[in-house]
Write a protein that binds this ligand. Structure first.
Ligand SMILES: [Zn+2]
Length: 113
């Protein structure tokens, strides 16, 4: 399984205070920050930052992957929308559908290649 996983781009409005410290706030592609997603302290520091500079918009690549679990809640693999079907195809379909599937002989690793 060599999928590098689907990536999505997120944006951050970033401020540096000149002494090596920085603040980053999640924003959209034009740099507007959704204040509803910030804690009150975050809103305050954003306003403080904005009073000093307009900030820099930075792209952040985020791996858009998630944990695939079987019907028993057992970890199977980390997958993304690109490789989930491929990973699932390596296992018996019932382990994702029937929480009472027979565990005997099931190996939840990738050694069977
Ligand atoms: Zn993937």
């Amino acid at each position: 399984m060599n999928c590098k996983h689907n990536k999505r781009t997120e944006y951050q409005l970033t401020f540096f205070d000149g002494s090596g410290r920085g603040f980053a706030f999640p924003c959209d592609r034009v740099g507007s920050v959704d204040l509803n997603t910030l804690y009150p302290e975050g809103r305050e520091s954003l306003q403080l930052c904005l009073s000093r500079s307009r900030g820099t918009i930075q792209n952040v690549e985020v791996q858009d992957s998630y944990i695939l679990m079987d019907a028993r809640g057992i970890y199977v693999a980390r997958v993304c929308s690109l490789c989930e079907d491929e990973v699932r195809a390596k296992y018996r379909p019932e382990i994702f559908e029937d929480g009472n599937y027979d565990l005997q002989g099931e190996t939840l690793n990738e050694d069977d290649y």
